[in-house]
Each structure stands twice: as structure tokens, then as C-alpha cells.
Design a binder for this molecule. Structure first.
Ligand SMILES: [Zn+2]
Length: 298
């Protein structure tokens, strides 16, 4: 029910606010920036930390919080040197932490998304596994998510429409609403070079009710939003990087101020985006600014 309520907002000229980063926020609060497995291992060591981050995003005004399941597919776990067999139990744990945080909050109508992140090397569009491989991993996670009080699935950081479509199909199979979010190139296309027209058609025909851009620098999002927002058969949105990555990619410095980030988000909204939030290096403060400073254009 809550999902359908939230999807009525864009037609009324209202925005849907997503949360900000989880992975980099876990790193920032842990003071440990170098380990790629941190989002999962910190969840096992300190589940309260994850619950607190979710609670802070709800307090900041997020309408949608995303569970820490991004790195819990079998391939990402193996890449991090963790046990792929733990995919089900980690996915369930992450879902329950987000659902607990939502249920404990006083906020009305906040919805919980299960995240389907890239398989291992998915960030490179040339390295995206086959549709069948992606579908098999996403099916396992989507089944677990559907056994919880999840409201929707968010397929994230897809470098190709193919892998995003696998996540959408897995969500539809278990009866959950789904949005798909892809990486953009600086040239106004998906990072794979596919046009946003192709991507939207692929994803909407598979059952996605929104198409977004994420994990991309704000300037590049603006270039792609001009293309993506031409497709008015689907709600569109974006959540971008709050800083430039440095070194191994997990250190972000200097951080883009919440005010500066909100100005970019205002540009996306001006172009037609109705779902906005933050990706790597954004914080609850960035989300507070989006909620209070970014106004819809009707
Ligand atoms: Zn990101």
C-alpha cells in the first residue's frame, strides 16, 4: 500500500526523497575506509550501526530507505572474500535491520527498498555477466526479500540495461514493485553507451515503474537527465555521488557540501526528475537539504 501511495506523488507535482549513502556512511562512521567488505562485516559486528544510519536518514526526511543488501549477492560476497553461501542470511538480516528502523521511527509512510547491487565486476560495462547469471543471483535475493516486510526492490548501479533488467525480472517474479537505477556516462548515455531510450524501453517492458541514474557525478547526471526525462511513460530520478573518489575509490575528499549537492538536484528536478536522493559520500545532512531546499517544478 505504502508503495502505491508514494508513486502518486509525482503526478501531484511532488518529489520522492530517497536516502543517502549506506556503504560510504558505514565507512565514515567506522573510520575505516580501505576495506571493500566493510558494509557486510560491520553489519555482522555492529547491527546497531546500520539501524542508526537508517534512522538518521528517516529523521532527515527520506521517504524511501534502502536496506544494506547491495553487497549481499553471491558474487559480491565472493569478491570480498566472504562466504557466498551466506547470501540468504545476510540479505534477510539487512532487510530486517531496515524494517526495524522504519517500524521504530515516528515517520509516516516511509517505505523500505531491498537493494540489488551489481555482481562482482559489474561496474565495467564490458564485464557485465550474462542476463542468466545476473537473474540467478538476483532471484535468490529477491525471494528472501519477498519473505520480509519489504515494500519494493531497487536495482542499483547497473552498467548495462541487461543486468538491470535481470533485477527487474527477479522482482516482478516475486510480486514486488521495482525501480531500476543505472550508471551514466559523461556523454548522455548509460555507461555501456546504450541510449536512455533503449534502456527505458527494456526496463519498463520488464516491469520497472521508475528509471534512475545513480553512482555518477552530478554534472554527468544533468547531461543524462536531459535524455532520460524525455521518456514520459515512466517516473525518472537520480541519486549521485557527493564527492570525487580518491585513491582506491572508497575515500571521498573533499566532500561536496549538502548545499552544493542540492543545487545539482534542483537542476535534475527542473529537467523532470521526481525521485532524488544521494549515492556515495552523501550523508543524512545532504538528504535534509534535499528535503528542505529542492522544490518540484510543476
Ligand atoms: Zn555511488
Amino acid at each position: 500500500m505504502a508503495f502505491h501511495d508514494i508513486m502518486e506523488r509525482p503526478a501531484r507535482g511532488e518529489l520522492i526523497i530517497l536516502d543517502g549513502a549506506l556503504g560510504t556512511e558505514i565507512r565514515r562512521r567506522s573510520g575505516d575506509t580501505g576495506r571493500s567488505d566493510l558494509a557486510v562485516t560491520r553489519m555482522l559486528e555492529s547491527p546497531n550501526l546500520i539501524r542508526e544510519i537508517h534512522a538518521d536518514y528517516i529523521r532527515a526526511g527520506a521517504d524511501v530507505i534502502t536496506a544494506n543488501t547491495y553487497d549481499c549477492n553471491q558474487y559480491a560476497l565472493s569478491l570480498d572474500g566472504l562466504d557466498a553461501e551466506m547470501s540468504d542470511s545476510l540479505t534477510r538480516m539487512a532487510m530486517e535491520l531496515a524494517i526495524n528502523a522504519r517500524n521504530a521511527s515516528q515517520a509516516d509512510g516511509v517505505i523500505v527498498a531491498g537493494s540489488l547491487g551489481p555482481l562482482a565486476s559489474d561496474y565495467d560495462p564490458n564485464d557485465v555477466p550474462s542476463f542468466e547469471t545476473c537473474l540467478s543471483a538476483y532471484r535468490d535475493q529477491a525471494k528472501v526479500m519477498a519473505e520480509t516486510d519489504v515494500d519494493m526492490i531497487l536495482v542499483e548501479t547497473a552498467a548495462q540495461a541487461r543486468s538491470a533488467r535481470a533485477g527487474v525480472v527477479a522482482a516482478v517474479e516475486v510480486g514486488l514493485p521495482v525501480w531500476a537505477s543505472l550508471l551514466a556516462s559523461p556523454n548522455g548515455t548509460v555507461s555501456s553507451g546504450e541510449s536512455w531510450l533503449e534502456a527505458v524501453e527494456t526496463l519498463v517492458s520488464a516491469g520497472a515503474s521508475a528509471v534512475l541514474i545513480n553512482c555518477t557525478m552530478p554534472d554527468a547526471i544533468t547531461v543524462s537527465m536531459r535524455e532520460l526525462s524525455l521518456h514520459n511513460q515512466v517516473v525518472v530520478g537520480a541519486y549521485g555521488q557527493g564527492a570525487l573518489p580518491v585513491g582506491d575509490g572508497w575515500i571521498f575528499d573533499p566532500s561536496m557540501s549538502p548545499n552544493e549537492y542540492a543545487k545539482h538536484a534542483q537542476d535534475w528536478v527542473g529537467l523532470g526528475a521526481r525521485i532524488i536522493g544521494g549515492c556515495c559520500a552523501t550523508t543524512p545532512e545532504h538528504i535534509r537539504y534535499l528535503k528542505s531546499e529542492v522544490m518540484p517544478h510543476t
